[in-house]
Design a protein around this ligand. Structure first.
Ligand code: GLN
Ligand code: ZN
Length: 805
């Protein structure tokens, strides 16, 4: 890879036009006040999607990584995206426009680059961080693996986890924040540079491998602050008048030591920040009263941003505990986590009540979090009907909402915009497409009662074994088999109606036949049909359920260049007809071994969709549960004896604050039980989860009362097993994954046998299942065949040894 400095400003060709006439221009002085007519129109956007309205950045990155384009091509796409975003916000009239919210991969990784905290294994020798080092950290290279990636709070975005040690050297090594500020300025747009705050950066880091786990990451605070000071000084001399520190960890459960770190950090930065307006931004949940007190008493800070969509308690705090006089409140009332149009009238009421607390000139209308967690632009949705479209707002539309609210607050209400919004709100409320009386009634009848299978799991397992007659350590897989290009083409052509239904069924049937035959040859005990008809485990069901809509370009960045396109749940959910019975019975007819019916559970469908905001999430979840329940019962009726209901995303929906977790777990687990409480004892219900740190929710998992759970285990040093070492009693069947399917590596028989041994130390022989970590969809047959061969061989070896013991 050519070593061209990564973040040095590439002058984008599209930018050569004269500066735009925009309100933000006036703010070149150190002072934030603008010379606007009458009152301030204070609007602010925390951050904006960088992937592009049609995933331009994704394609540019992937082509660059594949060596099909060069550094300049990539930089040009990136610069054009930044320009169009800034222009769009400026044209809309946004006063506080963010910069440095663009990223080639991830904003935490950008911060690692800024701080020069590059793990030694990447062989960086100082100087400005270049693409080569940057992308090696993000994606690994031929000789060094990537840094770990983990979920960004409770979103579906994943960040690169910084690895720090007591002797990590920090040095200012990426000038990206400054160069992006200057880049916007050259366009005539004065922006607020956004930095991940120092405390959040440290709290989201992990001790480097080999470091004592008890090593306090916060002890590095004094070492990172000098770099922040350098960045701030450079931003100041470039003319920045504001700087935004994102400190979302303020919404977590923090102890007093952690809270003190915020006071310490901003106190120490205060002299460097003088002359700058400082915004501390929080998002994703309420802040505790302690956190609120800690930050609002910081003297060097001029404004505080709170998520008022998810933070109703913060709203009460502002009103009851008061707000420091002379400071700005950045009120996050336009939802950055969803795709629904804002209820402008309701927002105005809230803003008016806040104005009474903080004062007119100190109230800034903002988004609840960065808009990168919502879809990019509704303009590109030509397949959605106008009805539904009028109820939605993606990032581009949310910018206009924020601005319209700010303008209205300043006495310049755009009547047409507000009345169109009111009409859309009313149409959504009264639409017969949203409400299905029958579903509403059925779902509300569920509340207050419990749903459980009548017999306990031990007795059920006995009854099932009589029918299934499985060996000890039964083998199975999680559901999907490799999806070849051919298969994807068949599905695509079927969707586009380029091939007939008959041809489609024939191809899928052939594929299922191959997968069944392979599993019989491998001598697997409980088979799967391979899911060849499914593109995505949520979309497949959403497309067959009522109440769901799908976008063409509603992509949201998941990590790096990867995006997901969540379905939109807009109405009451029901299941018009059976969804999987046709394929499952076809597959079962091909073998005498048990064939698992394969469903996605209600909590996972919910957590991987954009969910309606006009009723509590659990109500929507119960509706989906009822639809899945019907499917479960139809499968049973059709003779399917084993049914797997995947809850891959159950853990993901866990609220950030401990105080809210019990309530979520209660309804989520209940929703799962609703799906299968009506089956016979002899029908075996499996579930699958793909995460390993479930020790904290193990009691909820037990409470799901599945007959068998298969669960990811091997990628995480078998963390999972430690829960059972701790004495937890699990009576149901359990299959902790015996090998990692995320890697092309083929595990040997000895290695798998060794894993099973370890499991047998803490789990009972007659409840242990043998299976991979997750579905095999992304693997090749050349990897899957030998891996499964070794898996089955090791199960057989152990059976033999256990038999003779
Ligand atoms: N049954 C699904 C599959 O095998 C489960 C996927 C998942 O857990 N994410 O693909
Ligand atoms: Zn999985």
């Amino acid at each position: 890879m050519p070593s061209i400095s990564l973040f040095l400003l590439a002058r984008p060709s599209a930018l050569l036009s004269p500066p735009f006439a925009i309100a933000t221009l006036a703010s070149s002085s150190r002072h934030h006040r603008l010379h606007l007519p009458r009152r301030n129109m204070a609007s602010h956007i925390i951050g904006y999607p960088r992937i592009g309205p049609k995933r331009e950045l994704k394609f540019a990155l992937e082509s660059f990584w594949d060596g099909k384009s060069n550094v300049d091509d990539l930089k040009k796409v990136a610069a054009d995206l930044r320009t169009s975003i800034w222009k769009q916000m400026a044209d809309a009239g946004i006063k506080y426009i963010p910069s440095n919210t663009f990223s080639y991969y991830d904003q935490m990784l950008d911060t690692t680059a800024m701080l020069g905290a590059i793990p030694l294994r990447y062989g960086w020798n100082g100087g400005e961080i270049e693409f080569e080092t940057y992308f090696s950290m993000a994606r690994g290279n031929a000789s060094v693996p990537a840094m770990e990636m983990t979920k960004w709070f409770d979103t579906n975005y994943h960040y690169i986890v910084p690895e720090l040690a007591p002797d990590t050297k920090f040095s200012y090594s990426s000038h990206k924040a400054v160069s992006e500020y200057n880049e916007a300025k050259a366009l005539g747009i004065d922006t607020i540079p956004v930095l991940i705050g120092p405390v959040t950066y440290l709290l989201l880091s992990k001790p480097a491998k080999g470091e004592d786990k008890s090593f306090s990451l916060l002890s590095l605070l004094g070492n990172v602050l000098p770099v922040y000071k350098e960045v701030i000084a450079e931003l100041k001399s470039s003319g920045a008048s504001w700087v935004q520190f994102d400190e979302p960890t303020l919404v977590l459960d923090l102890d007093s030591h952690q809270l003190q770190a915020f006071s310490k950090a901003y106190l120490e930065l205060e002299p460097s920040l003088s002359g700058l307006n400082v915004l501390i931004e929080t998002y994703f949940a309420d802040v505790s009263s302690e956190a609120y007190r800690t930050i609002t008493t910081l003297s060097g800070v001029s404004g505080f941003g709170f998520d008022l969509v998810r933070g109703s308690k913060t709203l009460d705090l502002i009103k009851s505990a008061g707000f420091p006089s002379g400071k700005y409140l950045f009120a996050g009332i336009v939802d950055g986590r969803n795709i629904w149009a804002n209820d402008l009238a309701a927002s105005m009421k809230m803003l008016n009540s806040l104005e009474a607390v903080v004062g007119r000139d100190k109230l800034v209308v903002s988004t609840s979090c960065s808009l990168m967690h919502t879809a990019v632009d509704l303009v590109n949705e030509d397949k959605l009907d106008n009805d539904i479209k009028s109820w939605l707002a993606f990032a581009a539309q949310k910018v206009f909402e924020v601005n319209a609210l700010a303008k209205a607050l300043a006495g310049h209400k755009d009547e047409a915009f507000f009345s169109a919004n009111a009409a859309a709100q009313a149409s959504r409320k009264s639409s017969p497409r949203v409400t299905n009386e029958e579903v509403q009634k059925a779902a509300s009848a569920l509340k207050g009662c419990d749903h459980r299978r009548a017999t306990n799991v031990r007795a059920r397992l006995d009854a099932q074994q009589k029918k299934l007659n499985l060996p000890i350590l039964p083998t199975t897989t999680i559901g999907s088999f490799p999806q070849t290009m051919d298969l994807r083409r068949v599905r695509r052509e079927h969707k586009a109606k380029k091939i007939s239904e008959e041809e489609y069924v024939k191809s899928i049937k052939e594929e299922i036949g191959k997968v069944v035959k392979l599993q019989e040859e491998l001598d697997i005990d409980v088979l799967v049909h391979g899911e060849p008809e499914r593109n995505d485990m949520v979309e497949y069901f959403g497309e067959q359920l009522s109440g769901f809509a799908f976008t063409v370009n509603g992509w949201v960045q998941s990590y790096g260049s990867r995006c997901v396109k969540p379905p939109i749940i807009y109405g009451d959910v029901s299941r018009p007809t059976a969804m999987t019975v046709f394929w499952s019975t076809m597959a079962q007819s091909m073998t005498s071994r048990p064939m698992k019916g394969m469903l996605t559970g209600p909590v996972t469908i919910l957590n991987w969709s954009f969910v309606r905001n006009d009723q509590p999430r659990f109500e929507t979840c119960y509706q989906i549960a009822l639809a899945i329940k019907k499917e479960v019962e139809d499968l049973e009726e059709a003779g399917i004896k084993v049914i797997q209901i995947d809850e891959a995303a159950l853990r993901e929906g866990l609220p950030l604050r401990k105080s809210e977790q019990a309530f979520y777990l209660d309804w989520a687990v209940h929703a799962f039980r609703i799906t299968n409480c009506g089956v016979k004892d002899t029908t075996q219900i499996h579930t699958h989860m793909c995460y390993s740190n479930f020790n904290d929710i193990i009691h909820s998992i037990i409470d799901m009362d599945a007959d068998v759970i298969t669960i990811e285990n091997s990628r995480s040093d078998e963390k999972l097993l430690s829960a059972f070492r701790g004495g937890i009693k699990y009576s149901a069947g359990i299959g902790p994954g015996v090998y990692d399917i995320h890697s092309p590596r083929i595990p040997s028989m000895e290695e798998i046998a060794d894993r099973i041994y370890k499991m047998l130390v803490v789990l009972e022989t007659n409840t242990l299942w043998v299976n991979p970590d997750c579905g095999l969809k992304t693997r090749k047959y050349s990897e899957v065949k030998p891996a499964l061969t070794n898996m089955v061989a090791s199960a057989k070896l152990l059976r033999k040894q256990l038999g003779s013991a």
